[in-house]
Design a binder for this molecule. Structure first.
Ligand code: SAM
Ligand code: SF4
Length: 475
């Protein structure tokens, strides 16, 4: 199969000015007065300009950094509520024509065990995920001619078609795959995907070139940078951006992400739906050194600063991070996490789910807890685990914007839907221990709903789920 021709979005310009960002990073210095002014702007839910994000990055004294942490916590609590959306990644195939230095799937790594799930295997994996209680998946693909837009779209349809048990169905399928051309994005969009994620990996061109050989398809920085603009023009209005932290100076990458986010917002009137900030993990056959390793402390700074910079954007933290770090960073405004994750191809049907086999994985994960353990801990720490897919299914796109911008939206829609989907999980999938604490938690959180009419509506639906076996109820 030949590779599809490369094309660019209308009037494409490379909007990342490396020299300008480099100069900003070099000139970072602490200015407490400005930092406090900028924090006040964030608390007003205004997206920050790149220079303002840079000013937050300039804060290094522990007291001022603590003020940034406190602001991120407050923004999360007051504006965003206490829901955490849960999903699982499903690796469909690890054949790859690229040679990214950091990745266990890169083509020159001969020892990697390669595999593409057959339709039957996909059904088996999805069934296993549904039997754990999952409702939202992200399908992950290497880049390979076999993973054509048609193949991706067919896989999405297969995933949506799988039903298992009482309420087992996948209600939202997101994609993490290589950038396509417009026709490709259109074909994939038609299969009913949610978010299309493409990580730039590093916004720093020299580092990009050092990690992605020029003679590979991914070696073209501009084509990748333009990927989500093409996606938007082809009708995919739900975009996820990200950078792989550990390749270059984390502060440069944060400024790159904010620049990309502002670019999409300015050009299309819609910012990214989500930002991901994976930290580099050990991987089979990978040794890229520790020069730009991001410490746990700096990781917390980057998440808090992103939270304050892009108030309308969901933040995704994956199981690359350990359970301990996830616990700490959640409070800074993360809105989605994966749980019960297996990266191994066909790993969800393995008996020993905590086992990791690096030769079959892209990298090693840090949090190997089950979905049920993760849910129980979220509840114990006061978060409402949510499988809600309502906005997307009702065509309320740009929901993150609405969550913030429409007064009462969270209270009227997000929290009730989170509680209803949690109740479904408790009824159909939870362990006895999780069920016990979960039922009380759902009742307590429902009692906190301010609007009496909405509260009564939620109570009525909870009763339908508990006593009448109804499922998939949402507002
Ligand atoms: N092949 C597609 C691509 O490169 O865009 C799909 C994505 S790849 C399977 C998913 C993401 O995993 C990459 O975009 C990269 O950011 C991340 N990744 C690769 N190697 C990693 C590692 N060693 N540690 C953590 N994340 C890694
Ligand atoms: Fe292939 Fe993606 Fe891994 Fe690069 S990051 S080698 S493109 S799977």
């Amino acid at each position: 199969m030949s590779e599809p021709a490369k094309e660019f979005s209308k009037g494409f310009v490379d909007f990342i000015d490396d020299a300008k960002i480099e100069a900003m990073v070099a000139g970072l210095k602490e200015d407490p007065v400005r930092v406090r002014e900028i924090i006040a702007k964030s608390m007003n839910k205004e997206p920050l300009q790149v220079e303002e994000t840079a000013a937050l990055l300039g804060a290094t004294s522990p007291e001022l950094v603590e003020e940034i942490f406190a602001a991120a916590r407050e923004l999360k609590k007051n504006v965003y509520g206490n829901r955490i959306v849960l999903f699982a990644p499903l690796y469909i195939g690890n054949h790859c024509i690229n040679d990214c230095k950091y990745c266990g799937f890169r083509k020159t790594l001969r020892t990697t065990i390669r595999k593409t799930l057959t339709t039957e295997e996909t059904v088996q994996q999805v069934t296993a995920l549904e039997n754990d209680g999952h409702k939202r998946l992200i399908l992950v693909f290497g880049e390979h001619p076999a993973y054509s837009p048609e193949f991706i779209a067919d896989t999405v349809r297969t995933v949506y078609s799988v039903r298992s048990g009482k309420s087992g169905e996948i209600r939202r399928v997101n994609i993490n795959a290589a950038p396509l051309n417009s026709d490709g994005f259109r074909i994939v969009k038609e299969s009913g995907i949610g978010t299309y994620q493409i990580f730039q990996e590093t916004y720093h061109k020299k580092t990009y070139a050092a990690n992605h050989p020029a003679d590979t398809r991914k070696g073209d920085y501009a084509y990748r940078l333009d990927g989500l603009s093409r996606a938007f023009e082809a009708g995919c209005d739900d975009m996820g951006i990200g950078a792989l932290f550990g390749l270059y100076d984390w502060r440069f990458e944060v400024l790159g992400l904010v620049t990309h986010s502002l670019h999409l917002q300015q050009r299309y009137g819609v910012g990214p739906h989500t930002i991901s900030f994976p930290r580099m993990r050990p991987a089979h056959g990978v040794d890229i050194g520790q020069t730009h390793f991001v410490s746990d402390y700096d990781f917390k700074r980057l998440v808090a600063i992103l939270r304050l910079s892009v108030p309308y954007t969901g933040l995704i933290m994956t199981a690359r991070e350990t359970a301990e770090i996830r616990r700490e960073v959640l409070e800074f405004g993360v809105s989605q996490i994966d749980a019960g994750t297996r990266l191994e191809l066909a790993g969800y049907t393995d008996k020993d789910k905590s086992k990791q086999d690096l030769k079959r994985e892209q990298f090693q994960i840090g949090d190997v807890r089950s979905l049920d353990d993760t849910i129980r801990e979220l509840i114990q720490t006061g978060y409402i685990p949510s499988f809600c897919t309502s906005c997307y299914r009702l065509g309320r796109t740009g929901e993150h914007f609405m969550e913030y911008a429409i007064p009462g939206f969270i209270g009227n829609f997000c929290t009730p839907n989170a509680l209803l989907t949690l109740e479904e999980y408790l009824m159909d999938y939870a362990s006895d221990e999780t069920l016990k604490i979960g039922e009380k938690f759902v009742d307590d959180e429902t009692a906190k709903i301010n609007d009496p009419v909405r509260r009564e509506n939620v109570l009525a639906r909870l009763k339908q789920i508990r006593d009448e076996g109804k499922r998939d109820l949402y507002f």
